[in-house]
Design a binder for this molecule. Structure first.
Ligand code: FMN
Length: 283
């Protein structure tokens, strides 16, 4: 694993205005620091805590996307309302933003993953807003995963925006979030400092019994995953080891109407002395 001193990778988004020497006797001045807005939707506060962490670390403005008719029911009521809206093709309206989007160069856009993509209030915001020409940094929280699938939809919804790498975290891993956000912001060049760039995974191999047990221990308590690990690749991380399992979905006795979804990738961390924890699922 490599520790890298940030050299301001995204130079255009991270530097304050400073005079920087002369060329042909003329003083060169760096462009002013870009203006950053952290914009998020959060139903139950998990994404809000990530948004607050990012805004605090960057000293950026922050605003919540607010539904005109809030999703204030419990989990099951929200699922049901959402399914009805999806069936009818309804995207519930959101309040107009207080911030003037035109004044910002970079928008961090945060949301909970619902049904594999950004929650409907973010779809409503994207329908109203134009992020063309802006740098957009997606971040999300989820039960098991959805950064990749939601970002793919975001790219379709905002083809003229410049999408930068995003950050996603399970709601069950909020204790790990501040350190991960710090590393993410450094690795993306938004703040200065050393960050950890994990090495590539080694070549994958069929799972051993011990590795299958690690997979089962990591996903065993999570009701939405019923899968069997087939192969795995590993790499060292600061906490211990990371496993990238390829697993196949199994038919579910408790949900006979739900067909197996095929293969999935499951990232599992085993920190020294700790039980295995899955960090995300990519379906
Ligand atoms: C209607 C609904 C659909 C959801 N769909 C998914 C999903 O497809 N995948 C997933 O990993 N988590 C899913 N979740 C879990 C949320 O993404 C997760 O709890 C999130 O951290 C909540 O963030 P919030 O507190 O900011 O609202 C869903 C939750 C709800 C309410």
């Amino acid at each position: 694993m490599k520790k890298i001193k940030t050299m301001m990778v995204v130079a255009t988004v991270a530097l304050a205005a400073v005079s920087c020497g002369t060329k042909n006797g003329t003083a060169e001045v760096e462009p002013p620091a870009p203006k950053v807005l952290v914009l998020y939707y959060s139903q139950t506060g998990v994404t809000k805590s990530v948004a607050t962490e990012i805004a605090t670390r960057l000293g950026a403005d922050i605003e919540e996307i607010v539904s005109v008719e809030p999703y204030d029911g419990d989990f099951q009521a929200t699922i049901e309302r959402c399914m009805q809206e999806r069936e009818k093709g309804v995207v519930p309206a959101v309040e107009p933003l207080k911030a003037d989007l035109a004044a910002y160069d970079v928008v961090f856009l945060g949301y909970p993953v619902w049904f594999g993509t950004y929650a409907p209030p973010v779809a409503a915001f994207l329908g109203d807003a134009d992020l063309s020409g802006k740098k957009v940094v997606p971040f999300c929280t989820f039960g098991s995963g959805g950064l990749e699938s939601s970002v793919a939809e975001l790219a379709q919804a905002e083809p003229q925006a410049e999408l930068l790498p995003g950050y996603g975290v399970r709601a069950a891993r909020m204790d790990a979030m501040p350190k991960e956000v710090d590393n993410f912001l450094k690795a993306s060049g938004f703040i200065e400092g050393e960050y950890v760039q994990p090495e590539a995974f080694a070549e994958s191999h069929p799972v051993s019994e011990a590795e299958a047990a690690i997979f089962d221990a990591a996903v065993g308590d999570y009701p939405m995953i019923n899968a069997k690990a087939k192969s795995v690749a590993t790499r060292a991380i600061p906490e211990g080891m990371e496993y990238l399992f390829t697993a196949v979905d199994l038919p579910r006795k408790d949900r006979p109407n739900m067909p197996p979804a095929g293969e999935m990738e499951v990232y599992v961390t085993v920190a020294e002395g700790q039980v295995p924890v899955f960090t995300r699922v990519v379906r």
